[in-house]
Design a protein around this ligand. Sequence first.
Ligand code: ATP
Length: 321
Amino acid sequence: MSGIKKIGLLTSGGDASGMNATIRAVTRYAKYKSLDVIGYYEGFKGLINNNSTVMDLNSVGGIIDRGGTFLYSARSEEFKTEDGMQKSIQNMKKDGVDALIIIGGDGSFRGAHDLHERGVKVVGIPATIDNDINGTDYSLGFDTALNVIISLISKIRDTASSHDRLFVIEVMGRNSGLIAINSGLACAADYILIPEVKVDLVRIANKIRNHREGKRHTLIVVAEGAAKASDVAASIKLLVGHEVKISVLGHIQRGGYPSALDRLLAAGFGKKAVDLLLDGKSDCMTAIQGNVIKSCTLEYAINNRKEVSKELYDLAHILSQ
Ligand code: ATP
């Protein structure tokens, strides 16, 4: 027996499509297991300020297909302090909350781990469009973001090939090239720049100069953490002498209704998170590995970096010859 009767739920860090579907899954499954659920607004900030709402079957109706998070998200520096953490723990006690489910990225999981070390039962659900959390093949929001990016780059490709243009397209990914490499491969980008690989503009310029005859567009995808699109474009123009257009996709990559994969993940992760708590587990997160919903320790998730596969990186460039 876990002794858990009431769980708290929050979304933290960058928003990711599928967060709402996950809030729905956690709430409905917890209700099915006869648990009470409280949602804290604005992540850890709401936990510190005791800004919460009682969740029931109706409060999560009609949200499965909405992007963003209706519990809102925020970054909280105060939560990182001992004082902020103690305020959060006191508020949970006041609310009678026995355990917390945290939907967010690696930063949020560091906070979750800190709460666990102070005696709070916590389970994380990985949600970040960067998909950089170790231990899970997918995090919520990644697949939706990829689909949004693919649809946008396809539109750029239409105009690029009509006018024989060279485009540099900047996508998200401050520290990780996973979005860039996967979207670039899926869109047949000619070159993909990621933070993990040193930018070699001369090599790109040579490839552009040696493009096979008949090719009418060049697409370069750059992760924001690798270089700025405007800098890459200026350097290539200088090296190749060809006009270069840029497109910075920006926050549009975060929006939109969740993909089928993210909705299915939301259902599986929501159920698994509640089951983990009822099994007496803490300090862990839900994960999907080889199409099976599993769990993984928070320690493993936050202390190991998820690498971009060299094979995938090489394949993307081989196929774009
Ligand atoms: P994303 O990957 O989408 O940015 P994230 O969860 O990594 O999501 P962060 O801004 O890094 O987003 O973290 C969210 C919140 O988690 C922070 O505002 C802070 O309150 C808490 N947090 C982050 N790092 C730590 C830490 N080392 N210790 C305690 N709490 C932390």
